[in-house]
Design a protein around this ligand. Structure first.
Ligand code: HEC
Length: 145
């Protein structure tokens, strides 16, 4: 019986966390460190992409853009309650709705780049890259100290 209950609770906790990063074993300091690291990678990938946008090297851009998308999707999960710290403005926890909107706009702009890559359309690729890059300042102005 106890074994069954154990199995069942394991099963439940698997589903509860399947789509989240496992943050239970992480303290606030580690979470802050991870989101800073995600942002540093976002900067590195977007800087690598920029000179390639006009090169027609769609395969190489796609690889970088996929990484960018993955890391941006993870970034939004790194702000659980009580994880105030680093350069993250406390506004993030006071106005989650706007913070999530800014993150979602950023993610959509990366997905738009992906479409341009699939179409092998350099003109819309440059346009969408610039839109993606404009999200950095918009979010930092409001949500980064
Ligand atoms: C939706 C909001 C948002 C978007 C979009 C965003 N950032 Fe950030 N960024 C933040 C926040 C919040 C921090 C502070 C995180 C912390 O210190 O806990 C940050 C921190 C940083 C840092 C400092 C990392 C460190 O190690 O301290 C860099 C560099 C950075 N962002 C670059 C970028 C670039 C480049 C882009 C666009 C390609 C971008 N960010 C898009 C919110 C955003």
């Amino acid at each position: 019986m106890i074994f069954k209950i154990l199995l069942f609770s394991l099963f439940l906790s698997f589903f509860a966390h399947a789509h989240e990063i496992n943050m239970e074993d992480k303290n606030v300091e580690q979470i802050v460190k991870q989101r800073m690291s995600n942002m540093s990678k976002i900067k590195a990938y977007s800087q690598k992409m920029y000179p390639l946008t006009m090169s027609g090297e769609f395969e190489e851009i796609k690889q970088l853009n996929d990484e960018l998308l993955h890391i941006a999707k993870e970034f939004i999960l790194l702000f659980p309650d009580g994880s105030q710290g680093g350069k993250a403005s406390s506004l993030i926890w006071e106005d989650r709705e706007t913070f999530e909107l800014f993150n979602n706009n950023f993610i959509s702009s990366i997905e738009d780049i992906d479409e341009s890559i699939n179409d092998e359309d350099s003109v819309s690729l440059v346009e969408n890259f610039n839109i993606m890059a404009s999200n950095c300042g918009t979010c930092h102005k409001k949500f980064r100290n």
